[in-house]
Design a protein around this ligand. Structure first.
Ligand SMILES: [Zn+2]
Length: 100
């Protein structure tokens, strides 16, 4: 009975159905961005919110406690970082400006 309930786990935000999946998570460890893969989760079909069971959360916390030593990473990728401050939009793109 209890297992059946678990299969019908509904999203606590929008009450939609969820499905089992294996997901990735991005998190900042101080100035370092890290990715954690192979996380078992239930994902909401509607809002895509991810839910983890107790054991998974404990394992994530345990990994966080290691401070993510780079030599233990499965893979290291370069991440391009952009600044929005260098992005300008043309005046034409602004709908609030009246036509001259
Ligand atoms: Zn949802």
């Amino acid at each position: 009975m209890e297992e059946e309930q678990k299969d019908n786990y509904l999203c606590k935000y929008c009450n939609s159905e969820t499905y089992e999946d294996v997901v990735k998570m991005c998190l900042w460890e101080e100035e370092k961005l890290v990715v954690v893969e192979d996380i078992p989760a239930r994902v909401c079909k509607n809002c895509m919110e991810q839910f983890y069971d107790e054991a998974t959360r404990l394992r994530i916390d345990k990994l966080k406690d290691t401070k993510f030593p780079v030599e233990e990473a499965k893979q290291v990728v370069k991440v391009p970082i952009f600044s929005l401050s260098s992005v300008k939009i043309s005046e034409k793109a602004s709908p609030e400006k009246p036509e001259a």
